[in-house]
Write a protein that binds this ligand. Sequence first.
Ligand SMILES: CC(C)(COP(=O)(O)OP(=O)(O)OC[C@H]1O[C@@H](n2cnc3c(N)ncnc32)[C@H](O)[C@@H]1OP(=O)(O)O)[C@@H](O)C(=O)NCCC(=O)NCCS
Length: 174
Amino acid sequence: MTIETERLLLREYTFEDFSALYEILSDPETMAHYPKPYDEEGVRRWIQWNLENYAKYGFGLWAVVLKETGKMIGDCGLTIQNIDGDSLPEIGYHIHKNYWRNGFGSEAARAVRDWAFENTEYDCLYSYMKYTNVGSYSTAIAAGMRKIKEYPDKIDKITYVYAITRDEWKELKR
Ligand SMILES: CC(C)(COP(=O)(O)OP(=O)(O)OC[C@H]1O[C@@H](n2cnc3c(N)ncnc32)[C@H](O)[C@@H]1OP(=O)(O)O)[C@@H](O)C(=O)NCCC(=O)NCCS
């Protein structure tokens, strides 16, 4: 499974991505809105969880690769998340901080959104994040989502939920 955009390739993870992914997920600045950065074991589990997601659902978080250099600069994809008690399809993204603010996060998120509406039956896609994560909710907005709710959460204190419906997406694509 690969998705191609103007500048990016999204493809399935393999354990060969470990070092590049460790650089991203172990970085305290990148993981500032998570409880803590990931250790080696956490990064291995992240890849394993996605290999299981591909097998179980046909999707997961995919490695984001810069076409120009072949470098893996992050991930973006669809996973099933518990959002305020409901299991919902969520678009998630993590980009290496050296590449932030170049439009890569939103380019990947839009491609995943299109893939999901074209290849699954879901009528609504979500992104959720800690209320302080401006980069994350700005990326959700750039993917055509709007804020639909916020709720108190033990870890995040407050979680924001963004979403786009299939009808809103069709309207965007007209
Ligand atoms: C969220 C993330 C993937 C965005 O990646 P990116 O490649 O920098 O995103 P883009 O360049 O496409 O930016 C998308 C929008 O967010 C805005 N944005 C990105 N980072 C921002 C920040 N730190 N503060 C304010 N706005 C920000 C951009 O200006 C852009 O807005 P625009 O469409 O109005 O111009 C990146 O910041 C990241 O990896 N963060 C750490 C991991 C994380 O928290 N992931 C989300 C978990 S819920």
